[in-house]
Design a binder for this molecule. Structure first.
Ligand code: AMP
Length: 398
């Protein structure tokens, strides 16, 4: 795996650097409610600015579908970036055109400019050559720091790399290095934990993982589908009975690849899906017909932790139980803490991400103790599915 990074960008004072960042942050009443994504792109912006580049930020915000939508303007986000960077961030109300060009022409070395939402233009999501060219005309160099948008072949994520010398920003670099350690060229044994609600959203992911990992732990609601496919009565648990055949196929593919599938042997059951609901631990073959499994039980936690203890590499997507409501967060928290302790001791490389996994790791208080927690949703999952990521592939080629 090779790609150019900011280390290869010396001598860039006065150069116009187009930097694709992910500023698609959650907001409420125009205020940013979680600035994690902004914080992640700060190192790249700061480094380019310190090297004297004219830093021109490209980003999307929401889904405006190719036309300007007032409440999807990036203008308020420019102010949020400015606060976090503690440095002036100019804003242009266009991504291409005269206003963008004149804002860029006015930039001094080291100054930062955010252009308006790239998805206000129909060409962006079509990777339209004319739109890409209009963007490229504003820069000398392209830096992509938005791994989370790299599963899309859009003008600002892929197209630009055909027109300008292309480099990975620091966040993209960290993400790609972590992913390489996770599944690209991992130390074995490799264990994957996949949990969450449904099998139906993760079929491709499970099929890819059984070919690559030594053990696949299946937890969460999706474990019920696998258990039911083996003839176990899962009572009122979340279960996709129509996917029994798919579950058996995945089982067979795992056997053929020498991957051990680890299913729960006990569960925590309740009759209501609410915090503090009365609950009990039962063997997996003894789930009461009027109850649902909301977490894996203590014997299963011990079994999963044993695999984590044997692993040199751990890849994790999806909680083991309904972690948002106590006490059904117990298994997710216990295993996350064990993985974090092994990672801290240097014995384990741990990569987690996708969907609710970031909030599950935050809930367990381990987000800073794992090797890498990816905030990219779709791109992380597509990586786990083994699919090509156009925004990454083009950096390798560049
Ligand atoms: P996903 O986005 O597919 O990773 O699913 C995450 C969701 O799965 C979380 O909201 C969890 O509450 C839910 N979940 C995990 N385990 C269970 C379970 N045993 N029963 C119902 N929902 C679950």
């Amino acid at each position: 795996m090779t790609f150019k990074t900011l280390d290869d960008l010396t001598d860039i004072a006065g150069k116009r650097v187009l930097v694709r960042v992910d500023l698609n942050v959650p907001t409420k009443d125009g205020k940013v409610t979680d600035a994690t994504r902004i914080e992640r792109v700060v190192p790249t912006i700061r480094e380019l600015s310190e090297k004297g580049a004219k830093v021109i930020l490209l980003a999307h915000f929401g889904r405006p579908k190719g036309e300007p939508v007032a409440d999807m303007s990036l203008k308020p986000i420019a102010a949020a970036v400015e606060d976090i960077l503690d440095q002036r961030v100019h804003f242009a109300p266009e991504a291409t055109g005269d206003k963008a060009a004149s804002a860029i022409a006015a930039l001094q070395n080291g100054e930062i400019l955010l252009l308006e939402n790239t998805r206000f233009y129909k060409g962006e999501e079509k990777n339209d050559p004319a739109f890409t060219q209009a963007l490229a005309a504003n820069g000398d160099i392209f830096v992509n720091d938005a791994f989370s948008a790299a599963h899309r072949a859009h003008s600002s994520t892929e197209g630009l790399a055909h027109h300008l010398p292309a480099y990975a920003g620091r966040t993209m670099q960290a993400e790609l290095e972590a992913l390489e350690k996770g599944l690209g060229n991992p130390k074995r044994p490799v264990v994957a934990i996949v949990g969450g609600a449904k099998v139906s959203t993760k079929i491709d992911l499970l099929k890819n993982l059984v070919k690559k990992v030594d053990a696949l732990v299946i937890g969460g609601g999706m474990a019920n589908t696998f258990l039911a496919a083996q003839g176990i009565d899962v009572g009122k648990s979340l279960c996709e009975h129509d996917l029994a055949e798919t579950a058996r196929e995945i089982d067979a593919e795992a056997k053929a690849s020498g991957c051990t599938i680890v299913l729960p042997v006990d569960g925590v059951v309740a009759r209501e899906f609410k915090a503090g609901a009365e609950n009990e631990v039962v063997e997996i073959a003894a789930i009461p017909s009027d109850a649902m499994v909301l977490d894996v039980g203590p014997k299963s936690i011990a079994a999963v932790n044993e695999w984590v203890s044997k692993a040199e590499t751990l890849v994790w997507n999806g909680p083991l139980g309904a972690f948002e409501i106590a006490p059904f967060d117990k298994a997710t928290v216990a295993v996350a803490k064990h993985a974090a302790a092994r990672t801290k001791s240097g014995a384990l490389t741990s990569v987690a991400g996708g969907g609710d996994t970031v909030s599950a790791m935050n809930h367990a208080g381990v987000a800073d103790d794992l090797t890498y927690v990816s905030t990219a949703g779709g791109a992380f999952l597509e990586w786990m599915e083994g699919k090509p990521l156009p925004g990454v592939d083009i950096l390798h080629k560049a």
